[in-house]
Design a protein around this ligand. Structure first.
Ligand code: CP
Length: 316
């Protein structure tokens, strides 16, 4: 049984303020485990988690795997390349076959928005969305929020600006939902072609002027230009994008006080962010990655901990 109001983590939509606080508080406790000499607890012993990745990943996949191992779950890694997917097997058949091997939790990354929701209707396993197309990436937003909470103490009233390719970003929507739920104000900054129409209904503000965004923010979460998800040229060139929306030291130096810099990765250095910003003292980019393991441990524990057999249970 889940310790949250939701059985799965399909997105942050539907998660209450209390749910999000519980996850962040639990992640802080998980982080304490990661600082021990022996970074392992038996919490999920007996459970099996499959990491079903149909798209490439560095951070999300490795941190889920580490989180599962730190909690003593058995982990199984699946990549679409080299699997029967290349022979035409459907997502549902693949997932059902893996579940038939007695899996308890499915962590899925897929290019199709809604694929985790689809699996949740057809499988008995707990489903965690590790990124579905341009839709949501809930654990990324949670680790972003934990990193901001570490820095500022609270998200209430914090001014966070998401800069860049909002239209093609799954990180953006999960951040908007999570940040608004926890009381932050959210500003979006990018070219009009990369900001979805009607996004204001989520209670966000929009600017197309990066200098104005910098003046009105406490933190910038700089999003990658997702060239692989763009079918037509939505800005003239990367050089021009960088000129108007690239975050560099010169621009940040004009702010009244230093801004905290986040980036979910992978970064296009020299396009949306320059190296002097990415590697500066105000960058928390690697702390986001560290927090990724703790947040994923928290999500796994809160969603699946109730299914773990008690230490006394013995095979019949
Ligand atoms: N932030 C993120 O999702 O990175 P990966 O694609 O490396 O998992």
């Amino acid at each position: 049984m889940s310790l949250l109001s939701q059985e799965h983590m399909l997105g942050l939509n539907g998660y209450s303020e209390q749910d999000l606080i519980t996850i962040l508080d639990t992640a802080e406790r998980m982080r304490e485990i990661l600082n021990r000499p022996v970074k392992k607890v038996p919490t999920l012993r007996g459970l099996t988690v499959v990491n079903l990745f149909f798209e490439n990943s560095t951070r999300t996949r490795t941190s889920f795997e580490l989180a599962e191992k730190r909690l003593s779950a058995d982990t199984l890694n699946f990549s679409a390349s080299g699997s029967a997917v290349s022979k035409g097997e459907t997502l549902l058949d693949t997932a059902r076959n893996i579940e038939a091997m007695k899996v308890d939790v499915v962590v899925i990354r897929h290019k199709s928005p809604g694929s985790p929701h689809f699996l949740s209707r057809h499988l008995d396993s707990i489903i965690i969305n590790a990124g579905d197309g341009r839709h949501e990436h809930p654990t990324q937003a949670l680790l972003d929020m934990l990193t901001l909470r570490d820095k500022f103490g609270s998200l209430k009233g914090l001014r966070v600006c998401l800069v860049g390719d909002i239209s093609h970003s799954r990180v953006a929507l999960s951040n908007i939902i999570g940040l608004k739920t926890l009381g932050a104000s959210v500003l979006l900054c990018g070219p009009a072609t990369l900001i979805p129409r009607h996004i204001e209904r989520f209670g966000v503000e929009i600017t197309h002027n990066l200098d104005e965004a910098i003046q009105n923010s406490d933190a910038l979460n700089i999003l990658r230009i997702q060239l692989e998800r763009q079918s037509t040229g939505l800005f003239p060139s990367l050089r021009e994008y960088h000129k108007y929306f690239g975050v560099n030291r010169q621009r940040l130096d004009k702010a009244a006080s230093p801004l905290t810099i986040l980036h979910p990765g992978p970064m296009n250095r020299g396009v949306e962010i320059t190296s002097d910003v990415a590697d500066s003292d105000h960058s928390v980019i690697l702390r986001q990655v560290t927090n990724g393991v703790a947040v994923r441990m928290a999500a796994l524990y809160l969603l699946a901990g109730g299914r773990a057999p008690s230490p006394e249970s013995k095979p019949e």
